[in-house]
Design a protein around this ligand. Sequence first.
Ligand SMILES: CC(C)(COP(=O)(O)OP(=O)(O)OC[C@H]1O[C@@H](n2cnc3c(N)ncnc32)[C@H](O)[C@@H]1OP(=O)(O)O)[C@@H](O)C(=O)NCCC(=O)NCCS
Length: 180
Amino acid sequence: MRDVPANAADEPVIRVARLPDLTPIVGIYNASIPSRRSTADLEPVTVESRTAWFVMHAPDHRPIWVADLDGEVQAWLSFSDYYGRPAYDSTVEVGVYVAPEAQGRGLGGRLLEHAIAAAPALGVRTLLWITFAINGGSVQLAHRYGFRRWGLLPRVTELEGERKDIEILGLELDRPRPTD
Ligand SMILES: CC(C)(COP(=O)(O)OP(=O)(O)OC[C@H]1O[C@@H](n2cnc3c(N)ncnc32)[C@H](O)[C@@H]1OP(=O)(O)O)[C@@H](O)C(=O)NCCC(=O)NCCS
């Protein structure tokens, strides 16, 4: 899929990530760790430790997209294997992270919209969204685009002594979207 051109001066372009984007991608990810509601990582990760992850995300199979405003990456979204066995190939897990200063401005939604539109050409039929149940912004964003709760894993994570539920939301792209 082609990059989406900016349609206003201050609108980010959504494009496939390139290797130099890995540094801001990691920076945005690390900024989400202290909230203890975005990721199960407890310590910052390094660019080096994420290079193999980045390279595995081939643009024609499991892309990473970034929202780029004047050369600055403000947010990113990835399609990752949910389970690395061939029968799961048409199912991906979505990850989305927006820089703290850019949150609440619809960037997560724009990236998700772009990814949903690109999915059929990538052979993707089912999207999974795995999130801390207490992550209101994450659950709300997924819901807005038609994801619904498919499962709840009670108290499977422990962050600073607190056991937290993980919610699994799903969206089947070749079925009518739920309207409830
Ligand atoms: C969660 C996240 C991706 C949402 O992206 P965003 O660009 O900030 O969100 P949007 O501006 O598109 O808003 C999405 C919706 O969530 C709502 N929302 C935002 N923050 C919220 C919060 N803390 N609690 C409840 N709802 C919230 C918005 O009002 C909006 O709802 P609406 O569609 O009814 O208007 C972003 O905040 C983020 O990157 N957070 C840190 C990383 C993270 O948690 N990623 C998800 C990992 S599973």
